[in-house]
Write a protein that binds this ligand. Structure first.
Ligand code: ACO
Length: 315
């Protein structure tokens, strides 16, 4: 199978920020507790912006950076659990907004926080079967509308945003070598669907999810490196799903990853689920920390349960 590489990234976040002190006025918590236990200082929440607006903003920025026109796109996937509507999908609305070709697949993908990595792997498969060699992968969430504002264990964690990547598939390029997994579990993490009617809130056993993440992240990294026949030294940059700074710190310590080779933006955005990894990629590309030739190891985990890792190169 021919591999994909990232040609350009983009992001879009709502204007309004909600600080830890703002939340301390709603629930029994404090800036000190949230900062030390999670690393989060603020998060962005939608006011007038919609999920569709965030997707369009991130996708347009990624296409512009990649220098790719909408008519060159061969498939569009939006990884999300919080689209404006179940039907039409966020990806179909994006097809209309961007003027993507009508003869390509556009669909949403739900793998919670691992969604962007699931989508990248799916895109690699799709582009191998497509005459068009560019793909648009978006991770977007408006989790602020799925928050139970009486639950201090979850309401402090989540934020809204979107990140996007335009990828290219070429003969001879190595596959991203994605390692993906799932284990059905509705106790650790749950977002009710139709059963809940209009009021659907994220429910989580934070401590158990934390333990799951701490075990899963290094195992996933090992599997990705083993599959590629590489070591951590062959990786230019490590990108972790931004769920809790302590989870990232544990992985970094285990692999002795130097400070200049990983990145955290959880302090600014909180946990944005499927948007988290592409938000990091977009900031890294903008800051020149990754660019043509860079090899990134990205790891995610989340509801489902799901997990995944991949070696993503930039072109
Ligand atoms: N402010 C103050 N105290 C709090 C808060 C809060 N916001 N939340 C919980 N506490 C209290 C608890 O009530 C408990 O008090 P007690 O000891 O009197 O009972 C104490 O703090 C410790 O609670 P824990 O839940 O054990 O705290 P923990 O250190 O585990 O941190 C947290 C909680 C931040 C949620 C952590 O477990 C975590 O980050 N889990 C992982 C979350 C995650 O990665 N989710 C990813 C998937 S999300 C998705 O896919 C959509």
């Amino acid at each position: 199978m021919n591999g994909i590489k990232i040609k350009g990234t983009g992001r879009c976040v709502p204007e309004k920020t909600v600080t830890n002190d703002d939340l301390a006025r709603i629930v029994d918590t404090s800036d000190q507790w949230i900062t030390t236990r999670t690393g989060i200082r603020r998060r962005h929440h939608c006011t007038t912006e919609t999920h569709a607006n965030l997707c369009a903003g991130a996708a347009k920025a990624a296409l512009a950076r990649a220098g790719v026109a909408p008519e060159q796109v061969g498939a569009c996937i939006v990884a999300t659990v919080s689209a404006d509507t179940a039907v039409p999908s966020a990806a179909c609305l994006l097809q209309r907004e961007l003027g993507l070709p009508e003869d390509i697949p556009c669909f949403d993908l739900n793998a919670a926080c691992t969604g962007f990595l699931y989508a990248l792997h799916t895109m690699e498969c799709l582009l191998n079967a497509s005459p068009r060699k560019f793909g648009l992968v978006v991770g977007a969430e408006v989790l602020s509308r799925l928050i139970n504002w009486e639950d201090r264990g979850t309401c402090i964690l989540f934020g809204d945003g979107a990140g996007a990547a335009v990828v290219e598939c070429r003969e001879g390029w190595p596959s991203i070598g994605a390692v993906l997994g799932s284990r059905g579990d509705d106790e650790l993490l749950r977002l009710p669907g139709l059963e809940a009617g209009e009021r659907s809130f994220i429910q989580m056993d934070g401590t158990k999810v934390f333990k799951f993440a701490v075990e899963t992240v290094p195992r996933c990294m090992d599997q990705v490196l083993q599959k590629a026949g590489m070591t951590a030294e062959d990786v230019d940059f490590f990108v972790f799903h931004q769920a809790n700074a302590r989870i990232i710190d544990l992985a970094v310590r285990k692999y002795r990853i130097p400070t200049e080779k990983y990145y955290k933006n959880i302090q600014e955005y909180g946990n944005t689920s499927a948007a988290s990894i592409p938000l990091v990629l977009s900031e890294l590309e903008e800051q020149g920390k990754v660019g043509p030739g860079s090899r990134v190891l990205a790891v995610g985990f989340g509801g489902g349960l799901t997990w995944g890792g991949a070696l993503i190169e930039f072109v």
